[in-house]
Design a protein around this ligand. Sequence first.
Ligand code: FAD
Length: 207
Amino acid sequence: MYPFAYTKPADTAAVLAAGARGGRYIAGGTTLVDLMRETVERPGTLVDISGLPLEDVRDTARGLRIGALARMADVAAHPRVRAAYPVLTQSLELAASPQLRNMATIDGNILQRTRCTYFRDVSAACNKRRPGSGCAALDGYNRSHAILGTSDACVATHPSDLTVALAALAASVHLLGPDGEREVALTEFLLQPGDTRTASTTCGEVN
Ligand SMILES: Cc1cc2nc3c(=O)[nH]c(=O)nc-3n(C[C@H](O)[C@H](O)[C@H](O)COP(=O)(O)OP(=O)(O)OC[C@H]3O[C@@H](n4cnc5c(N)ncnc54)[C@H](O)[C@@H]3O)c2cc1C
């Protein structure tokens, strides 16, 4: 590990301000801390958003709204989700382990970075981790990589089981930034596997 700063702002405005100063958001930490330990990611400041009141799961006129910080385990077990959106429960209960699902959040799941072995191996070429360095997966162990939507720069799939179910349900994400809130279709928000950008989404350089 290496030295980094840590802050836990009390409200959304302070979280956004800390993010605008270059801080990296951390929710359950089940992916980001791993990546920091492996020095794949080296954020200077962690902005802990886990104290924000964003855990609600509720019905709205347009369908189910899941709070960004709802835990995977809680969403999977939610009576309304189980009854009306069983595919979400199934996708969540197949993912990771009970311990991880108790800690991990829905936004962290959607925004997790690729689990491609070569992305996580800092000695390997990876256009997602170091743009322009190449893609070791193309001629390496690539059994679990993407077949559709790839390019000669990247073949990594998105690692979230939940996003597949959400895409099938035509879900959208609500983004909050300095310019207010906006809604984006999930399938437009996430990049295609072959995209050479180092980001995971269409809305940011890292996340
Ligand atoms: C051993 C293991 C097995 C796993 N198996 C599976 C599996 O089978 N299927 C599956 O789907 N997943 C799997 N996962 C991934 C797991 O689901 C994720 O680690 C988890 O969902 C991440 O949630 P988190 O809240 O801990 O995110 P964090 O680690 O806190 O964050 C993840 C990323 O999202 C960013 N982020 C979080 N919140 C925000 C926000 N509000 N705005 C902007 N950026 C944000 C962070 O900066 C970070 O880059 C596995 C993980 C592990 C460790």
